[in-house]
Ligand binder design. Structure first.
Ligand code: CA
Length: 229
């Protein structure tokens, strides 16, 4: 079931939107400030965000920008002023759609459905062509098992390649060394979690400009590692 987040300070409007979306079978959560809404949008799994523009604290422009920096889920922006639509356009915030208040709840439902369907198609297409992973300067060709950093090929051992690919395919997820060891090495293989540390170090030497300040694979102290996007 698709989960939708409504960020809207006018509680009555938020509830109206929620009711209609729930009648259409969506699971809906509400937040009434930009800051709280952004926190949930980034920390939880939502399929779509309905975002009001004028919010107390952080406004919709800023929230949209921050969501976009981290997630590619559809964002439908809602504004009471027609002029704002031009501003949304002009700022290139990456909103997928915008609606001017007042709008009919059924129109909102129709647009939500259209964007979810479109996004699902996009994700499916990407999954079919997922032999190539490209994240900022890194390009991983999974079929040929080759890695390019800023266009230059670097050599990776089998396990280094598997570890890098696994992390890059699951960005922003923090894995413990134990989890990574289980994932990449066979149960009965020689070694322990220190092997993971050694491999991370070697991967960093190949992909990071400055290994003391990693841009890709972050150490989460006391927990493990994550590939930052
Ligand atoms: Ca508002």
């Amino acid at each position: 079931m698709s989960r939708i987040l409504i960020i809207e300070d006018e509680v009555a409007i938020a509830h109206l939107e929620k009711d209609y979306l729930e009648l259409s079978g969506f699971k809906v959560e509400m937040e009434h400030t930009g800051d709280e809404g952004l926190k949930r949008a980034l920390n939880e799994e939502f399929n779509l965000v309905v975002l009001d523009l004028m919010l107390p604290g952080m406004d919709g422009f800023e929230v949209c920008k921050k969501i976009r920096e981290n997630k590619d889920i559809p964002v439908i922006m809602v504004s009471a002023k027609k002029d704002d639509i031009d501003k949304i356009h002009g700022l290139g915030l990456g909103a997928d759609d915008y609606m001017t208040k007042p709008f009919s709840p059924s129109e909102l439902v129709a647009r939500v459905k259209a964007h979810l369907a479109r996004y699902e198609r996009l994700v499916n297409t990407n999954q079919k062509n997922n032999d190539m992973i490209e994240i900022r300067g890194i390009r991983i060709d999974k079929t040929a098992r080759r890695v390019y950093i800023d266009g230059e090929e670097k050599n990776f051992t089998t396990k280094e390649f598997d570890l890098l690919t696994f992390l890059a395919e699951n960005p922003n997820h923090v894995y413990t060394k134990e989890e990574l060891f289980r994932e990449i090495w066979d149960m009965d293989s020689v070694g322990d979690i220190a092997t993971v540390t050694v491999h991370i170090k070697k991967i960093r030497e190949k992909i990071e400009g400055k290994t003391s300040k990693p841009q890709y694979i972050e150490t989460i102290w006391g927990v493990g590692y994550r590939f930052k996007v």
